[in-house]
Design a protein around this ligand. Structure first.
Ligand code: NAD
Length: 680
């Protein structure tokens, strides 16, 4: 057995004085450990060699990277698998390696720091012990369903076997990850310890061989064949309420597999392979992998990593957006000064920030640390020291101009000036600036903590380097930057707007809001357009409609105008297009339309959205179709399993869509917009 560090390309082996073999995963020329065939082949060879010798007291598997244990399979290689035979071969290879690992006679420990996901966790599950660093960065899980597939190296069998079916399936079916403490409570890891004790704990396991986690009687019984049908029924019922099996078949298939084959036989592993392979070649998985790769592309757009924003962010305006932007930045460890007109307005934002930090961080000392980063600053002292200043005051050009004039006077010469405007062209705001090239748009989406996208808006005068730095800032606060041109509504709102207006036209035709929204959630949108309008606020919708009307000719829905006149502004006033209860829940639920009618409505609305998407492409609002799809998925939640609007249009056939659109244009029942441009 060789300890020679050069013997393997992706693994490093060291034997310590106590005869413990330390095996570090350190993927060649990669900042993160992902598992591909070469990495796994080497690992298999290492295990073969280890199994032939008695010289080790135990083995500890760890990561040789600065961050993270193993992130899972290399998703970039997924498109290389063209047929079931090739993917099944790889899965069986992975399963064999895990089985080899599980059957080693000496104690084996997975020492986990940072993320341990997918195939990484499946390897760890095959070890006798798992020890995880108790830190917010440690996350363990099997997120394969998020790619439309399932665990394929035995994880869908070993996890419910280890921690029982209720908790195990809950993790697998949701794709959620857990931190080290929760993992220890579940029995997924044996110990959660601070970093300084990690090695000691690993050596303790190897040398003392303490009792590892074993499933409790209930956890074992929860996988029993008598109980499985009953539990599966309950879980399926809950799952169906949240997930459409036609759109997302993976969780249902995993559940069926568990119900039929359980966790105790070789057949369970064999079925896992078959089930994985079927899901792998589905359209859903194909599109979800596409979404993952689009996300990677957005991350990669932030190239300028030299600009240090850590020092300070200043936010002007502590309302819905400014308050949440400031809180989010503080949560990411930035020092943030938050300015508004009076302390009472700041205290509202601080309360919300506290709730956010509490929900995300859980531990009191971490919450305190994040809240300490957030500093109230009515006088705006922070402007003079900040590296980036984000304006998020009311949507009024003269107020914004006044604020930026003042900011430019006080700010450091290198500081970036950013506006969160959702509709005002940058070249209107920047006319008051001495250096208009410093102004960039950072268009966050509401609610800030939940929406991953930030449109980085380049005005006619914005300097390219400023845009690049702004994109780098967006990545540093763990959001996804999308570069767009400064045109009305930028990309996401511009595309959503005609779709929402068309939904209001349907209201004018006496189609019920419930039916319209059902049609779109049935299509795969996270929320229907009418509920969305009520959530945004009908006053805001009208404001935006009037703004868009300056550039194009269409009729604003009279219902929208009437609702605003009557102060029925949506969820915030308890009534808009819907009525709401005190908790803000919609009261109407009756859907009297059949599936065919729902599909017709969805088709009509989606055509509007697609047409505007192609217009945006033609006008160069965004650089290419993939970026447009990414923007609509991460900024508007466009049905991810459809891979984005342009991808959807391509799969439907552009010619077919064109014909449908022309048909709608000719039919007055279908078109209220007099100047519709057919560009599909
Ligand atoms: P808001 O009305 O909730 O908050 C605006 C805040 O700005 C208020 O607290 C107000 O007191 C403060 N303010 C006004 N003048 C000020 C001044 N001179 N100095 C300091 N503070 C001042 O508005 P919002 O919804 O947070 O929107 C803010 C900006 O973000 C707007 O440009 C809006 O278009 C944009 N935006 C809003 C949304 C959304 O969904 N609400 C989404 C994206 C972008």
């Amino acid at each position: 057995m060789s300890d020679n560090p050069t013997a393997y390309k992706h693994w490093r082996l060291e034997t310590d004085a106590g005869h413990v073999l330390w095996i570090y995963c350190d993927k060649y020329q990669s900042s993160v450990n992902t598992l591909d065939k070469e990495v796994m082949d080497e690992f298999s060879a290492i295990l073969d060699a280890v199994s032939k010798t008695q010289e080790y007291r135990g083995i500890v598997f760890a990561s040789g990277k600065k961050t993270g244990f193993i992130a899972g399979a290399d998703i970039k290689q997924f498109p290389l698998y063209k047929d079931a035979a090739s993917i099944e071969y790889t899965l069986q290879l992975g399963q064999k390696i895990c089985a080899k690992l599980e059957s080693l006679r000496c104690p084996t420990v997975a020492m986990i720091k940072g993320f341990c996901l997918g195939g990484g966790l499946e390897l760890a599950l095959a070890c006798r012990y798992r020890i995880a660093e108790d830190s917010p960065k440690t996350r363990l899980g099997l997120p394969e369903v998020k790619l439309g597939i399932q665990p394929g190296w035995g994880g869908s069998v070993r996890l419910p076997r280890l921690i029982g079916s209720v908790q195990g399936l809950s993790l697998i079916l949701s794709g959620h990850t857990v931190n080290a403490k929760t993992a220890a409570k579940l029995g997924l890891v044996d110990f959660a310890v601070p970093e300084r004790h990690l090695r000691k704990a690993a050596i303790h396991c190897v040398s003392q061989n303490p009792v590892s986690h074993h499933p409790t009687t209930w956890q074992r019984f929860s996988n029993h064949q008598l109980l499985r049908p009953l539990l599966a029924k309950v879980i399926r019922h809950k799952l169906t309420a949240k997930v459409n099996p036609v759109h997302y078949p993976a969780p249902f298939q995993i559940l069926n597999q568990w119900e039929t084959y359980g966790v105790g036989t070789a057949e369970a592993f064999a079925q896992e392979t078959k089930s994985f392979s079927k899901l792998f070649f589905s359209d859903t998985s194909h599109n979800l992998v596409r979404v993952f790769l689009l996300q990677e592309r957005l991350k990669g757009l932030a190239k300028d990593e030299t600009f240090a924003f850590q020092q300070q962010v200043h936010v002007v305006g502590a309302g819905t957006m400014g308050g949440d932007i400031a809180a989010w930045c503080a949560l990411q460890g930035f020092k943030v000064t938050l300015q508004d007109q009076e302390p009472a307005l700041l205290s509202r934002a601080f309360k919300r920030a506290y709730s956010l930090c509490r929900d995300k961080l859980k531990e009191p000392h971490l919450i305190q640390k994040a809240m300490d980063c957030l500093i109230p600053d009515v006088a705006g002292h922070g402007i003079a020291t900040a590296n980036i200043i984000i304006e998020a005051v009311v949507e009024d050009v003269s107020i914004k101009q006044k604020i930026f004039k003042d900011i430019e006077e006080k700010a450091r010469s290198l500081a970036i000036l950013a506006t969160n405007t959702s509709s005002i062209p940058l070249d209107e705001i920047n006319t008051v600036l001495r250096e208009p090239e410093r102004l960039v748009g950072l268009h966050f989406f509401n609610p800030v903590p939940m929406m991953p996208l930030v449109e980085v808006v380049q005005g006619g005068k914005t300097e390219k380097a400023i845009v690049e730095r702004a994109m780098s800032f967006v990545r540093q606060i763990d959001k996804l930057p999308l570069p767009v041109k400064s045109s009305p509504g930028f990309l996401v709102n511009r595309i959503l707007f005609p779709y929402m207006m068309e939904a209001m036209n349907l209201l004018e035709e006496n189609v019920s809001p419930v039916v319209i929204d059902k049609a779109m959630t049935h299509f795969g949108m996270p929320i229907g357009p009418i509920a969305l309008a009520d959530m945004v606020g009908l006053d805001v919708c009208l404001l935006v409609a009037n703004h868009f009307k300056k550039n194009s000719d269409f009729t604003i829905s009279p219902r929208l105008q009437r609702a605003v006149t009557e102060n029925k502004l949506g969820r915030k006033t308890g009534e808009g297009f819907y009525h709401y209860d005190k908790q803000g829940k919609i009261l109407q639920t009756k859907n009297d339309a059949d599936t065919k009618a729902l599909e017709e409505i969805a088709n009509r609305l989606v055509l509007r959205l697609l047409n505007e998407a192609f217009l945006c492409l033609r006008e160069g609002v965004v650089a290419d179709a993939d970026l447009l799809d990414a923007g609509m998925i991460f900024g508007a939640g466009f049905a991810p399993f459809r891979g984005g609007p342009v991808n959807y249009a391509k799969t439907q056939g552009i010619q077919t869509l064109f014909q449908q659109f022309v048909q709608q244009e000719k039919n007055p029942r279908y078109c209220h917009r007099s100047h519709c441009t057919v560009v599909i």
